[in-house]
Design a protein around this ligand. Structure first.
Ligand code: GDP
Length: 374
């Protein structure tokens, strides 16, 4: 207390008239102080709470505990990884009860508008909805296609809804694990519907397809030539194609587009055994056609549950998930192996300069890798 000072602007002759004092601070540069303090505080919060407390919080519907648990899963620190796995292990019996729905479409197709309308519709039915995202852009560039805009304003304020932006750090494989595990946390928390959104620009659709029960492609009118192109691959992943923006002047062409999609779908392999993928129209903006899509999803669930396809798919997804994690782990341990790290630049040079074939280079590297393990 002896270090405390009164501000210079107070009257030094009347000490009792002021109650404000300046306390002596810690000596450091402003930037250093900020970073150090922040890291310290974050670490403390994450490490302070036990797995049991987090699990109990989640099962009791405590959102703060849910958010903290997701942060744990998203962390790249090794000790957080272990803790997150222990937590998931505890929660595993409470997972699996939600319907998992994937939503994709090119930027501008209306995904967030649709999720807002659809999410609100579900909340009004009394259901609890979690929205997660797999954003391929964030894993590559650090930026984000999905997260930049102010999205789903109404839904984000609804107490029955929970929106979590895409985990941004790491490779797509890592994002995949984090999203899947976040989905399990959300299920343990008691969400009835999990919506997983992704941008329709490549690999991420396949990743999302592999973690959901029902996969929906949102498209725009005037499919025309696009239908011949890359969308065909995505179309074969979809359980429903939703032609959005079927309102105003666009309504007639939306209906025409729906017809065109249905014609093409007729010749494609369905994404789910025993289920016919069809095209539908909707206006996310006017909230039209949203209920019909929920009916389709319910129909899908009861049909596939009866046939056993629903449970089969989930089992297969879990096995595939395990395999993809094995591949990730192998890749990691190979490229982080000290012997490989030392040898790799040299071998790369030999391959580039034409002194060694790729096959023999790979063989040599693996020989070295196996040797280092013994
Ligand atoms: P996202 O990039 O796929 O998430 O697309 P957004 O939801 O951000 O929508 C892109 C634009 O399309 C926005 O300006 C929306 O207001 C608009 N939009 C979305 N759905 C509809 C719709 O059903 N009808 C009309 N007319 N516009 C829509």
């Amino acid at each position: 207390m002896s270090e405390d000072k009164r501000p210079e602007w107070t009257n030094q002759d009347e000490p009792d008239k002021f109650s404000t004092y300046i306390r002596k601070g810690v000596e450091t540069t402003p930037q250093e102080g900020l970073v150090k303090n922040r890291t310290f505080r974050k670490k403390k919060v994450a490490d302070e709470i036990t797995c049991e407390q987090l699990a109990e919080g989640i099962l009791n519907g405590d959102r703060t505990m849910l958010a903290r648990s997701i942060t744990l899963i998203e962390s790249n620190a090794e000790h957080h990884f272990q803790k997150a796995q222990t937590l998931l292990q505890q929660l595993l019996p409470n997972t699996g009860k939600a319907i998992r729905i994937g939503i994709t479409g090119v930027p501008g197709a209306g995904k967030s508008t649709f999720i807002e309308a659809f999410g609100m519709f579900l909340c009004n039915l009394g259901l609890k909805v979690a929205v997660l995202a797999v954003d391929p852009s964030s894993s590559r560039s650090g930026g984000s296609i999905l997260g930049d805009k102010t999205r789903m304003e109404q839904l984000s304020r609804n107490p029955r809804a929970f929106i979590r932006p895409s985990p941004s750090a790491g490779k797509l494989g890592g994002v995949h694990r984090k999203t899947r595990e976040t989905m399990l946390l959300c299920e343990a928390f008691g969400f009835d519907v999990i919506l997983i959104e992704t941008v329709g620009v490549g690999q991420s659709e396949v990743i999302v397809r592999d973690m959901v029960d029902f996969f929906m492609l949102i498209v725009l009118t005037g499919a025309g030539d696009e239908l011949q192109g890359m969308k065909k691959g995505i179309m074969e992943l979809a359980d429903a194609i939703v032609v959005n923006k079927a309102d105003g002047e666009n309504k007639t062409s939306a209906l025409k587009t729906k017809k065109e999609y249905n014609q093409i779908l007729h010749f494609l392999q369905p994404a789910t055994k025993g289920w016919e993928t069809k095209a539908y129209t909707c206006s996310a903006l006017m909230e039209e056609g949203v209920k019909e899509i929920w009916d389709v999803i319910n129909d899908f669930q009861s049909t596939t549950e009866q046939s056993g396809v629903f449970a089969d798919r989930r089992r297969l997804q879990t096995i595939e998930w395990m395999k993809s994690m094995i591949i990730d782990q192998l890749q990691n341990s190979f490229f982080h192996n000290p012997a490989i790290r030392e040898m790799l630049p040299m071998v790369e040079n030999q391959v580039i300069s034409g002194n060694k074939t790729v096959t023999s280079a790979v063989e040599e590297l693996f020989e070295q890798f196996y040797k280092s393990l013994t």
